[in-house]
Design a protein around this ligand. Structure first.
Ligand code: PSV
Ligand code: MN
Ligand code: MN
Length: 390
């Protein structure tokens, strides 16, 4: 079944901008082993340089998310200029309250006001970073919860979380936003304090207009209808950002669209249906993935291309015919219209899209044949390689 992207489709597709995470370029692994690879960045400046390659070859990834303190530098304005000189900008600032002994039993929810103070102050410091980098979003993911029934007062923790978030939110200015990410398990296994979109929604709705929900595709129980959540958050005007990644079993953080391209298609179909790619949309389409065994820069290139490809296919859904089939109760016709779009090969059209912009037809191949990888392998010797958590 052939179908081509209309000029309106192409206009929508052009709205797609994907944010890559700085930590994708550092070493990462599982809890069993972190593999070290040649050419791995030794500091945030080198991570940004690698991220800029993804944008240079795909035209799709104009911003880079930072994680504090992993990406802490003396002078964030210098990091900002460095990014801008390489054709990208600094994006979401991710806070980190999961690598400090003080936070063993919680950070923003902790019983001890001194520890809560420390955690709130960390977020205020992240907002200072945003002021210097020009970032729009402060993204908060909390590793807080409990392992055993009875261990923690879940209700009290929820109340303290609300108070802590209110203090952080009050410090935002201008266009800055707070996005609260949810995750149903890990590192806590009995309860987490922000386990689902409903809890995140309840917390951010209490804060105000500039507080939104972050949906990480790897943070749901198996079988969850994620596109339904996308639809609902868009409907409520509270979908702030995505953390895209793929998973087979848990929070696997694999290449986007690798485990289930059809799910990515369904998610992008709801994004389009809900206006998430319209000009006035403020959704941040971020990747949150780590490459354990594959080449990191190519892994990111593959991911951003997959997001674009599934978006292009989702744009091909014949909405007029679909609505007719839905209204008339023609179940099979509706499903066929939906699937026809999913099964359409858009790769040559996307090659043409790149050609028009002076981008390589095959960005993966272009990276393989460039000397970038061999250059960084030769240059980046010595020093400590930055990794997930460094
Ligand atoms: C937690 O699993 C998470 O998805 C959060 O976004 C963290 O900031 C990120 O992973 C770190 O990779
Ligand atoms: Mn995430
Ligand atoms: Mn995660």
């Amino acid at each position: 079944m052939g179908a081509t992207l209309s000029p309106e489709n192409l206009e929508t597709l052009n709205q797609l901008a994907i944010e890559v995470p700085s930590w994708a370029y550092g070493n990462s692994g599982t809890r069993f082993k972190v593999y070290s690879t040649a050419g791995t960045p030794r500091d945030p400046f080198e991570k940004i340089a690698d991220a800029a390659q993804v944008h240079r070859l795909t035209g799709l990834a104009p911003s880079v998310a930072l994680h504090i303190p992993w990406d802490k530098v003396e002078d964030f304005s210098a990091l900002r200029s460095h990014a801008e000189n390489l054709g990208v900008r600094l994006g979401t600032i991710n806070s980190n309250t999961f690598q400090d002994d003080d936070y063993k039993f919680g950070a923003l929810t902790h019983e001890d006001p001194k520890i809560r103070r420390k955690a709130i102050d960390h977020h205020l410091e992240c907002i200072d970073v945003m002021d210097a980098t020009g970032s729009q979003d402060l993204k908060i993911w909390l590793a807080e919860g409990s392992n055993y029934p009875g261990q923690a007062d879940m209700r009290g923790r929820q109340d303290r979380l609300a108070d802590s978030l209110a203090e952080i939110y009050a410090r935002l200015s201008g266009e800055q936003r707070l996005v609260l990410e949810y995750k149903f398990f890990e590192p806590a296994f009995y309860h987490t304090d922000v386990p689902d979109w409903g809890t995140s929604y309840a917390q951010v709705a209490a804060l105000g207009e500039r507080a939104m929900v972050c949906l990480d595709t790897g943070h749901h129980a198996p079988g969850t209808n994620i596109e339904f959540i996308v639809m609902q958050l868009l409907r409520l005007g509270k979908l702030g950002s995505f953390d895209f990644n793929s998973r087979f079993y848990a929070d696997d953080d694999l290449i986007v669209g690798s485990a289930d391209p059809y799910q990515l298609f369904r998610i992008m179909a709801e994004v389009i249906r809900g206006g998430g790619l319209e000009e006035q949309s403020t959704i941040t389409f971020m990747l949150d993935q780590c490459h354990n065994v594959e080449n990191k820069i190519q892994g990111q290139i593959r991911s951003v291309l997959n997001v674009q490809e599934m978006t292009a296919r989702a744009l091909l859904i014949d909405r007029v015919a679909l609505t007719e089939a839905q209204i008339s109760g023609d179940v099979l016709a509706a499903n066929e219209i939906f699937m026809n779009a999913f099964y359409t090969d858009v790769r040559s059209e996307l090659e043409a899209w790149r050609a028009e912009r002076g981008l390589p037809a095959d960005p993966m191949q272009a990276f393989r044949t460039s000397d970038y990888q061999s250059r960084i392998e030769a240059e980046r010797v010595g020093g400590v390689q930055a990794g997930w958590g460094a």
